[in-house]
Design a protein around this ligand. Structure first.
Ligand SMILES: NC(=O)c1ccc[n+]([C@@H]2O[C@H](COP(=O)([O-])OP(=O)(O)OC[C@H]3O[C@@H](n4cnc5c(N)ncnc54)[C@H](O)[C@@H]3O)[C@@H](O)[C@H]2O)c1
Length: 358
């Protein structure tokens, strides 16, 4: 098989780093673009340099750069120099809550940065497959309009027709998104348009909770990763609203990258897919706390605030039927238990490295 030239933006982040390792292992040449802006958004705990250092040690064909995707000239130059076969765009301001404090920066990274990359691809590698990592926040809070029922530990869909979760027909306008959701809608619609208008192989993946051991989890982004850190370091945790019964579906970064690979081998122009862990990998806050406590043998010091996060989903499960029907070779391969087990091991190793400086 011919080696591909691949660009991964956000290459030191959770999904980007998994993509770098995965495609590097297969012998493809991977260029990374990451300026460690996660540290700018979230301070030192969001720093991703540890992950970049890790990648340098584990990869063979990886060329990292600190390119800022807002730098249009820099982006154009990179695309002119490399004729990419595949672009995996994961760089983002990823936090729903943070966006309100940094509205312009959020827009520049999520909307403008995405258009810079799409336009560079159109000008320099129009035949490339292009993957845009979008979010379920493009639906705003419209999933909350679904009738719900309440159990002892979670909210769930009341209508059996909703059992498999939210599909791509969910409304994306006339709803409360958060500024993050709005800037991602802009990127999402542009990505669809470059696919449909120019016939480019652009896939848009609306993520549920994406997770895995390489997340630099912070309170405002990366819920399982942050909860795990809190559990292992005895720090306090606040659950916001909905009695802790709000539900998220979690997918391992490996399964996300496997979906990218399926799409890249057989791209479609401007298709939108929901991508998460589905019902089997769904968990409420209360259930996640109980499972992590059982796994780590430690009590999480959590408190409850009545104030729900603005625009928060009460129950969100990604309906995976569309992606599975287009790409039957893909499925979720990592269960929630195996994800949590891997995260405990990674978090223990990470804190050991920080404590010993090794
Ligand atoms: N993690 C989730 O739960 C989740 C859920 C839904 C959607 N998503 C989306 O998936 C994508 C990847 O998320 P993630 O969890 O890997 O995020 P992440 O924060 O771990 O990684 C993003 C990376 O992008 C880099 N970056 C930010 N701005 C940049 C810029 N201007 N130029 C270059 N690099 C920049 C950051 O330094 C970071 O390393 C994002 O688009 C995010 O919105 C994530």
């Amino acid at each position: 098989m011919k080696a591909w030239n691949i660009l991964v933006t956000g290459s030191s982040g959770l999904i980007g780093s998994e993509a770098v390792e995965y495609f590097d292992r297969q012998g493809h040449r991977v260029v990374g673009a990451d300026n460690n802006m996660r540290r700018v958004f979230f301070g030192p705990p969001g720093d991703t340099l540890w992950n970049l250092e890790r990648l340098k040690g584990t990869t063979k064909h990886f060329t990292p750069t600190a390119l800022d995707i807002r730098d249009r000239e820099g982006v154009m130059t990179l695309f002119r120099e490399h004729r990419f076969d595949l672009v995996i765009h994961c760089a983002a301001q990823p936090s729903h809550d943070k966006a309100a404090d940094i509205a312009l920066l959020d827009f520049e990274v999520n909307a403008l940065g995405t258009v810079n990359l799409l336009e560079a691809a159109r000008q320099h590698c129009r035949e490339a497959a292009f993957i845009f990592m979008s979010t379920n926040k493009v639906y705003g809070d419209s999933p909350n309009e679904k009738p719900l029922r309440e159990t002892e530990t979670r909210y769930d869909f009341a209508d059996p027709a909703d059992f498999e979760g939210i599909d791509e027909n969910c409304r994306i306008d006339r709803t409360l998104h958060s500024l993050f959701g709005a800037s991602k809608v802009a990127g999402d619609i542009y990505a669809q348009e470059y696919g449909q208008y120019f016939g480019m192989g652009v896939g848009i993946f609306r993520g549920g909770c994406l997770t895995g051991p390489s997340h630099s989890g912070v309170e405002l982004h990366g819920f399982l990763s942050y909860l795990m850190k809190v559990a292992l370091s005895d720090r306090p945790y606040t659950v916001y609203g909905y009695k802790g019964k709000q539900v998220r579906d979690n997918v391992h970064s490996f399964d996300v990258v496997r979906a990218f690979e399926e799409f890249a081998r057989n791209p479609r122009p401007g298709e939108v897919y929901n991508l998460g862990g589905g019902r089997d990998n769904s968990v409420s806050m209360l259930e996640a706390i109980a499972r992590i406590e059982a796994l780590t043998g430690r009590k999480i010091k959590w408190t409850y605030s009545d104030q729900a996060r603005k625009g928060d989903h009460i129950c969100y499960i990604s309906n995976l039927a569309k992606f599975k029907s287009h790409y039957p070779g893909w499925d979720v391969t990592r269960s929630l238990d195996s994800i949590l087990g891997e995260m405990v091991a990674a978090e223990r190793e990470h804190s050991h490295r920080v404590q010993t400086g090794r």
